[in-house]
Design a protein around this ligand. Structure first.
Ligand code: KG4
Ligand code: ZN
Length: 343
């Protein structure tokens, strides 16, 4: 089974060809071509939607051709074309969705509409044995959700940020500090050089609240005020570390409680950390330790599969195709606000 995946939800133009062999439950990436637009958006301090769509239109055709050429896979060997059709920026989604539809129509193969978050949740199953139901935390530039995965199509959002996504907060704080976009890797690097000389009193919003929801806008405002009061270099390093630490404490606490609850309810044994922020080593290691204590098996994709990529879209396509659940209509429209619990 070979599926061609296209990802254009935000600022990464990515195509991938993933194969699942008959007697193997896992998949192999035959080729993945990803072009990041980070440099184009950097000067604006974040993603500019119109610019993103233009860049996708400019580059997708070339990436598709290059991937076919380097994989040496003939189009007639491809079983289906999958595209991330939401959530994301409408103009950006239209480019990838229409391209995948065109390929599907031209080759008379199915078109599979994949939810971008579904890709983030399922990608770890491409090379690891993770049984449904399992719990997943997606932390990215646009999302922060604790998701219960019942099967490849049925998901429940058990908790989420009521305001900002985690990656978004990393990006904002980095911008205010004057270090630019994307903020996550920059803050992580600064935090590693901490001096432990200064202590900042940072709020931990919703930590004591009984739901599995999270909130980060209060923390963002508190950090912004501290930065605006004027900081020396060493103070910035300590603030970066404490900011990253508080975010981790809030995420850990809510996920730990959700794991305890759903372990009892559904006998969950596996936890997956996913999304761009999951490439943060401090956050990864903290979750791994927590899971060991809670006797839960911890999974996180390798870094290049944490950030946006088309392999996760192709793999989600395979997961649906192998269960015969492909109903995507060719006149389907992309859904910028498509929630994973509304598949
Ligand atoms: O999943 P992703 O590539 O795109 C979205 O779907 O949003 O995530 C991008 C986000 C950005 O906000 C970026 O700052 C954050 O992931 N990120 C990180 C790290 N690497 C990327 N955040 C914290 N630490 C990192 N090392
Ligand atoms: Zn993403």
């Amino acid at each position: 089974m070979i599926v061609f995946g296209i990802e254009t939800t935000c600022d990464e133009t990515s195509v991938s060809i993933v194969e699942k062999k008959k007697n193997n439950e896992f998949g192999d990436i035959l080729v993945e071509e990803t072009l990041s637009q980070i440099i184009k958006h950097k000067e604006f301090g974040g993603v500019v939607p119109e610019l993103a769509s233009r860049e996708h239109s400019k580059n997708l055709d070339y990436l598709v051709k290059r991937s076919i050429k380097s994989s040496k896979i003939n189009f007639n060997k491809i079983d289906a074309y999958a595209a991330a059709t939401g959530p994301g920026l409408l103009g950006a989604l239209l480019v990838g969705t229409n391209y995948a539809k065109a390929l599907a129509v031209a080759s008379n193969k199915p078109f599979i509409s994949v939810n971008h978050l579904q890709g983030h949740v399922l990608i770890s199953r491409m090379n690891k044995k993770i049984n449904f139901p399992f719990l997943c935390l997606i932390v990215s530039g646009g999302h922060c959700q604790i998701i219960l995965a019942h099967n490849e199509r049925k998901f429940k959002i058990v908790g989420e940020s009521v305001d900002d996504a985690v990656g978004e907060v990393f990006d904002k704080i980095s911008n205010i500090l004057g270090y630019g976009y994307p903020g996550g890797p920059i803050i992580e690097k600064l935090a590693r050089r901490k001096k432990n000389k200064f202590t900042f009193n940072l709020p931990k919003p919703l930590l004591k609240d009984k739901t599995f929801n999270l909130s980060f806008s209060g923390l963002k405002t508190a950090v912004r005020r501290i930065i605006e009061s004027g900081l020396e270099k060493d103070e910035k390093l300590d603030l970066a570390f404490q900011f990253q630490e508080v975010i981790t404490i809030c995420l850990l606490e809510k996920v730990k409680r959700a794991l305890k609850y759903y372990k009892k309810k559904y006998n969950i044994n596996d936890f997956v950390l996913s999304g761009g922020v999951a490439s943060n080593l401090f956050i990864r290691e903290s979750f791994e330790q927590m899971c060991t204590k809670e006797e839960i098996t911890f999974f996180a994709p390798e870094t290049k599969l944490c950030v946006d990529n088309a392999s996760m879209i192709a793999w989600a396509g395979i997961e649906m195709l192998r269960n015969g659940k492909i109903e995507s209509k060719i006149n389907l429209s992309p859904k910028p606000r498509w929630r994973i619990d509304k598949l």
